[in-house]
Write a protein that binds this ligand. Sequence first.
Ligand code: SF4
Length: 378
Amino acid sequence: MDILNKFKVLSSYSGLELVEDIDCQLNPNTRKNSISRAVLPNGKIIKLAKTLLTSACERNCYYCPFRAGRNYQRETLSPTQLANLVYSMHQSGKVEGIFISSGIAGGGQRTQDLIIETAELLRYSHGYQGYLHLKIMPGADYDQVLRMMQLANRVSINLEGPNQVTLSKLAPHKSFYSELIIPLQWIETIRNTLPNHMGWNSRWPSSSTQFVVGGADETDLELLDRSESLYTQYKLSRVYYSAFNPIKDTPLENHPPVNPTRQLRLYQANFMIRDYGFRYEELPFNKDGYLPIDHDPKTLWAQMNLMDTPVEINTANKQELLRIPGIGIKTAQRLLKARRIHKISSIEDLRKQGLQSNRFFPYILLDGKKLPRQLSLV
Ligand code: SF4
């Protein structure tokens, strides 16, 4: 098989872990593409290729198509082959960014060295300036994590489960703390203690992780509790959730697939924590620790907390505005700005500031008055 076809095989597996692409998260069909549209933290949209250096792996995670011993055709590219190919694709405009991960062969540190070698070839032999997302392998050491952070725009470590107990049901040979949490601590320590000019283009990379949702019977409460601590303690930019889908000829092949709406609800709750100032304890979990599937969690929270104490749009602070369904960061900022010029006293005023849906009607006061009930049902 020639190098380009190997690349296509290594890049096309639909379960390839972490993606930046918001479309990909919500539309599994697009994940079959080896190049997809990715939204970067600064809002820029790029063509991102996602690939593995090798689909051979010596570990045996229960959900993974690449697990050791599974009958599956393995492909491998050398660092030179992958760097040359990515660079030529970048030069021709086919890709603007690359995410490099790998199966583990010869230990986590040896595999990490191959990813670092690929990145160094790209950055220093080819002068590649494009977006580079590098995966940190379980077992990587501190010096390797630092080197990755000097080469990448983003680094990631997939936790897969929210704690050791659930991780063990997915990946029996991964150590939650020593292999996964400790490197996340190193990333944040490096960002806080070493000067920015040591990072790529004088910036330290952002960091992210991913959970497999529903493969280990973990609860939403466990996932969101851990997500909150990842944002607050380790300053992750994103936590991704990937709904479990069983893969034939793996130990979890008979485990039921997860309803994709659960993944959507987790993302909605995740944004409440990351962007709107909610604590995970405030979210509307049921008694078993799951978010209801039928409604978005922000609306459910508002039904329980704002029906009797609606928020006055003309005096609420930003955090209070952000708790109202239908109001996101941009809309809250626009309302605060508009309020400095004139009182907001009508639905038309709200529409002008970007509130298009009617979800917020039952939860607000306009100049001390609730909106008429018939309006709230429009
Ligand atoms: S270490 Fe990664 S590639 Fe290897 S079996 Fe586990 S999830 Fe799959």
